[in-house]
Design a protein around this ligand. Sequence first.
Ligand code: HEM
Length: 301
Amino acid sequence: MRIMGADCIIATLGTFHKHLRTLVLRLFGPENLRMVLLHEIQQTAQANLLSWLDHPSIEVKEATSSMIFSITAKRLISYDSSSSDGKLWKQFDAFLQGLLAFPLYIPGTAFYKCMQEKKTLMNEKIALDLLFLLLFAGFETTSSGITATLKFLSSDPKALQELKEEQNNIRKRRANPDSEITWEEYKSMKFTSHVIHEALRLANIAPVMFRKATDEVHIKGYTIPKGSKIMVNPSSIHLDPTIYKDPNAFNPWRWKDTTEPVGGSSKEFMAFGGGLRLCVGADFAKLQMAIFLHCLVTKYR
Ligand code: HEM
């Protein structure tokens, strides 16, 4: 909370929290995803993929971080990656280190560096707490999601083949194959969606979530005393063999029989958290991943 700011969405409770969620959903909710972001994601993905051709090799996590950051930052702070040096996202590197560090505010520690970097941003008036969190939460996670997906696909030719077929069929059905992806086409990407869910299940991008018991809680014969700090560990569910057969295997087809969680979360799938604090960017993240995959596999090897 010290890193993100006291008024940041993840630190607030009750009606103020609800209010902030509503604000965020105005930006990244279904209407904007369909009417604005679908187009912007596609433009950015195509331009980035094209620019990668000039390089002998690409560090996927770094390249997708820059790409996803520019999509989110364009919406939030009118950031134009082509007219800047395109490196603003790198300022957030220290935060990632600081987030999982012991909070020692002493020069030299990751936490100290993180707080210092935030101060710099504050002075530049960019980082209102909400903007700050959104910029960070959006690109770091989604670029990890894309990176993990590419890693799994690159070692699974059968899954890659089925993904390519699905995406190329969408392209072939169009009057003009190069016209933009429509919302209906996106919604028809069933196998792609299985691939994304499977990659997120295995990658466990948000490794932990934190809660505090505001009351004494009784659950399955245990008592959690009021005031306890709780660390939720989604991978204990995602890698549980009684829930997912052969849990360490990348198997997108398993989602054909398991219903994908409506709204992004279920008891068995917590990549986006759940409940009141379910990730507000879940649909945005999945859209970015799917559109990027479409642009990649229909035009490139
Ligand atoms: C694959 C990509 C993503 C993953 C895996 C992910 C994961 C999560 C998780 C697990 C939580 C719950 C944290 C908790 O319960 O303590 C969360 C919350 C949140 N996420 Fe995401 N996220 C992703 C993408 C995004 C994007 C693209 C945005 C916005 C641009 C975003 C914005 C947020 C916000 C604002 C919250 C806090 C919600 C609240 O406290 O009410 N996330 N995310």
